[in-house]
Design a protein. Structure first.
Length: 171
């Protein structure tokens, strides 16, 4: 199961496998089924032995996902208010309503500074299990096994400090 709560308050059934055949599988289209039900189609790139593929099999209605802002704070700092500081904290809640344990993966974007004048800190966040998820800077993931009926809370907190004349986007 994977959730990307900044995009949708839903979880999705995911399947990942590593191709262990001997020859190359040509690119093409595959139909995706969840049990006896058709849930969609996917384009598959050519696969070589040892390559890994991940497919989404639609929403998982037995998993609740919540994403709410817990703190949104802005202030001016420094002598004569020469800097600005933004702090945001989000609570992400994932609840397993399945009768069996569930492997959960929660993926979030975090701010990344592309300007040395912008300082970003993630201190106070739940430490991620994966940094640079799928090689993407600023994208992190938490991975947990959730027992039946169990809930896990993740905290995403960031603070950004920058000169008052800088207008960063995406914060």
């Amino acid at each position: 199961m994977r959730a990307v709560p900044q995009e949708a308050a839903r979880a999705f059934v995911m399947a990942e496998f590593t191709y262990e055949g001997e020859g190359i599988v040509p690119e093409g289209r595959v139909d995706l089924h969840r049990g006896p039900h058709f849930v969609g189609a996917a384009s598959v790139p050519a696969l070589r032995p040892g390559e890994t593929v991940t497919w989404a099999f639609g929403p998982d209605d037995q998993v609740d996902v919540g994403y709410e802002i817990d703190r949104d704070f802005k202030e001016r700092t420094g002598l004569f208010g020469g800097r600005r500081r933004i702090e945001r904290r989000y609570r992400i809640r994932v609840t397993n309503r399945h009768p069996d344990p569930l492997e959960a993966e929660v993926v979030v974007r975090t701010p990344v500074s592309r300007d040395e004048r912008l300082e970003v800190s993630l201190e106070g966040s739940t430490p991620p299990d994966v940094e640079e998820f799928q090689g993407l800077p600023g994208v992190v993931a938490w991975r947990r096994t959730l027992g039946p009926g169990k809930e896990e809370i993740f905290v995403l907190r960031y603070a950004a400090s920058f000169p008052k004349d800088l207008r960063p986007s995406g914060l």
